[in-house]
Design a protein around this ligand. Structure first.
Ligand SMILES: Cc1ncc(COP(=O)(O)O)c(C=O)c1O
Length: 492
């Protein structure tokens, strides 16, 4: 009598139009095991019976049984036959759709604990351009034609090495150009070999934290701080300790028995509040880092844009051989999508971190880097920054005037320095800035809630507002939408 198993295998054989017979039989049995049609420990028909009933040669059946045996799908018990293995992993069994055309259960997206944590804290917006979005420069003002001309010239006959991986931390021409620019504009002390070209600050911090911290090592970060950096550090298993910021910047505590391995600061323009770290605090931090063997990571993300007074020199250049890893980016001076930045590495770390960068990310885009180097050395970079500084100063003034006019001067944070690409609009302590920002975002006004930049549970409330990428004449309309949201929340 023909068995049900034979009927099932016949059906599955018929479903497969192509392939050799033994391959089709193998697939038919294997998929029947995987989708549970042939449950664990069930008996397969004797090879002779199966061969007869499916009109196959016995050799074909024996070859398939041997293959399944070798792969662990079946076991053979001498004298009693061939059985589906008990040890076929459960996760491979019981697909939701048993049809032969779609036999695989959809793979489950099981993330690592770190991956899950990252998603819980992810804040990156799906919208990266719009009214009052913080942190973006006016990319439409960049002289793209000029840079393209340089690039076109260089790319006519690029040397082969410029089309390959980047072996030594980036283009030597860009390293040289940056060294000169940073010495004059930011008082950074270094030689070109200390400069590593990265794909921006995020990548630089990923590299630094992976190379200098073991899982569980401590890092100090400012409270509040940029959540993007926080996420990179947490992803790398770093134990974060949030250190309060006041009007003089980070106020470093006594390190005690657990000194930090890394200390992250934004001394020239604290992110997001806007204060400048005082000289006394800078010196204290440098002394502390030397005593504890910690590295200070200076994130100098937007200090080109100061609209009054003298530029604030970098912490890195304050003393000879400072224990400072200086990190900068072209995201604010040129455009964020360029994904180019740089690290000035202390001498003792330079070779190790450059090698690690090549191992982890490979690095390339040397032609882009050459073009950028020429853009800098021909004077276009500083000219562009000068022009943007004037433009952003006017835009900032317009936004502060609107805030004063509609909400009163008290809504301007006392932390705000006359600098940067964004400012903080102060809100009452009981205001739900997350709900308010969401309501504004729904109406196309892309402000960010200040409380989200705190690690601890006593955040200040406010809204981060970008002003750099908005024309002055467009500001009032969008600002009124925000004021309406604030008023409706305060009535609710
Ligand atoms: C303080 C701070 N650091 C770094 C970055 C990101 O820099 P990059 O685009 O070079 O990764 C940002 C982005 O807004 C920032 O606010």
């Amino acid at each position: 009598m023909r068995s049900l198993v034979c009927d099932l295998l016949q059906l599955r054989l018929d479903d497969q139009k192509d392939g050799k017979l033994h391959k089709r039989l193998y697939n038919a049995i294997r998929l029947s095991i995987l989708d549970g049609s042939l449950p664990p420990q069930s008996r397969l028909p004797p090879s002779r019976d199966l061969a007869n009933q499916l009109a196959l040669s016995r050799n074909t059946v024996l070859t398939v049984y041997e293959q399944l045996l070798a792969e662990g799908y079946v076991v053979s018990r001498s004298g009693s036959g061939t059985f589906v293995s008990r040890t076929v992993p459960d996760s491979l069994l019981f697909s939701s759709d048993a049809s032969p055309q779609s036999r695989h259960a959809p793979q489950q997206a099981i993330l690592s604990a770190r991956g899950e944590a990252l998603l819980t804290h992810s804040r990156a917006s799906s919208r990266q351009w719009g009214a009052f979005l913080p942190g973006v420069p006016d990319v439409s003002e960049f002289p793209h034609a000029l840079l393209r001309k340089i690039y076109t010239r260089l790319s006519r006959r690029p040397p082969a090495v410029q089309l390959s991986y980047s072996p030594s931390g980036g283009s030597p021409t860009l390293q040289q150009a940056l060294m000169e620019y940073l010495r004059v504009a930011r008082s950074v002390r270094c030689n070109p070999e200390q400069i590593l070209i990265t794909e921006g600050i995020h990548q630089a911090i990923d590299l630094v934290s992976r190379m200098l911290c073991n899982p569980g090592d401590r890092a100090w970060i400012e409270e509040p701080a940029y959540w993007g950096i926080r996420n990179v550090l947490q992803m790398n298993g770093v134990d974060l300790q949030a250190i309060n910021v006041d009007l003089s910047g980070m106020n470093p505590p006594e390190p005690g028995d657990a000194p930090p391995r890394l200390i992250f600061v934004t001394p020239s323009h604290q992110y997001p509040l806007g204060c400048v770290m005082s000289l006394e605090r800078r010196q204290r931090l440098l002394t502390l880092a030397r005593q504890t063997g910690s590295w200070i990571v200076e994130d100098d993300y937007d200090s080109e844009f100061r609209f009054s007074g003298q530029p604030i020199p970098a912490l890195q250049g304050l003393v000879e051989d400072a224990p400072v890893i200086y990190i900068g980016t072209f995201s604010k001076t040129l455009w964020p999508g360029l994904r180019l930045g740089y690290v000035v590495l202390p001498q003792p770390l330079a070779q190790a971190l450059k090698t690690a960068h090549a191992e982890l990310y490979r690095g390339g885009r040397l032609l882009d880097q050459e073009a950028l180097a020429q853009f800098i050395t021909e004077g276009h970079y500083t000219a562009h920054i000068r022009r943007m500084r004037l433009l952003y100063a006017r835009r900032r003034q317009r936004l502060t005037a609107l805030i004063s006019q509609y909400l009163g001067k008290a809504a301007l944070s006392e932390f705000n320095d006359n600098a940067g690409l964004h400012l903080v609009l102060k809100l009452a302590d009981d205001c739900d800035d997350v709900a308010l920002a969401k309501a504004a975002n729904d109406k196309g006004v892309l402000v960010r809630p200040l409380s989200r930049y705190y690690l601890g549970d006593t955040p200040q409330r406010g809204l981060l507002m970008g002003f750099a990428a908005m024309k002055e004449e467009e500001m009032e309309g969008a600002f009124k939408v925000l004021v309406a949201c604030i008023n409706s929340k305060s009535r609710a």
